[in-house]
Design a protein around this ligand. Structure first.
Ligand code: FES
Length: 149
């Protein structure tokens, strides 16, 4: 039995220790906001906050989240930077297809929790693990900058 906290709620689930958090979230817990793109840690679509730090859910195994705090996009509104990020990204029409959006928001929330006044270069560096095939990243950067302004 694996026990952890998901968006503030205790979760207890029977899962083999080598099953990925991304599949557990989507298939067992109905939390489909986190996407699975590459499943090998390259695209960032699966990102979650692990004790506040952005991590790829596809690379986190069940045993690694035991006793930890997980925040997904479903819980991001309760994050200190969540509301400002959602507002800023929406105001800039930051996303097109939206597949990368949850991972981008999680990566930015992880950054702003430790660097609330992040500049453009810092934001770009924080998003190096997040791929977007639609926007060219400019609108995402503008949206993130609105959140720190
Ligand atoms: Fe996890 Fe791509 S699905 S990094």
């Amino acid at each position: 039995m694996i026990r952890f906290t998901l968006n503030g709620t205790p979760v207890s689930i029977a899962a083999p220790p080598d099953r990925s958090l991304a599949t557990i979230l989507r298939e067992d817990l109905g939390q489909t906001g986190s996407k699975i793109g590459c499943a090998i840690g390259r695209c960032g679509a699966c990102m979650v906050l692990l004790d506040g730090q952005a991590m790829n859910g596809c690379l986190l195994m069940a045993w690694q989240v035991a006793g930890r705090q997980i925040t997904t996009i479903e819980g991001i509104a309760s994050h200190p930077a969540g509301a400002a990020l959602l507002r800023g990204l929406t105001e800039e029409n930051a996303f097109q297809c939206g597949y990368c959006a949850p991972g981008m928001v999680i990566a930015l929330a992880g950054l702003l929790a430790t660097t609330p006044a992040a500049d453009a270069e810092t934001i770009k560096a924080a998003l190096t693990g997040n791929l977007c095939r639609c926007t060219g990243y400019h609108s995402i950067l503008r949206g993130a900058l609105r959140a720190v302004a």
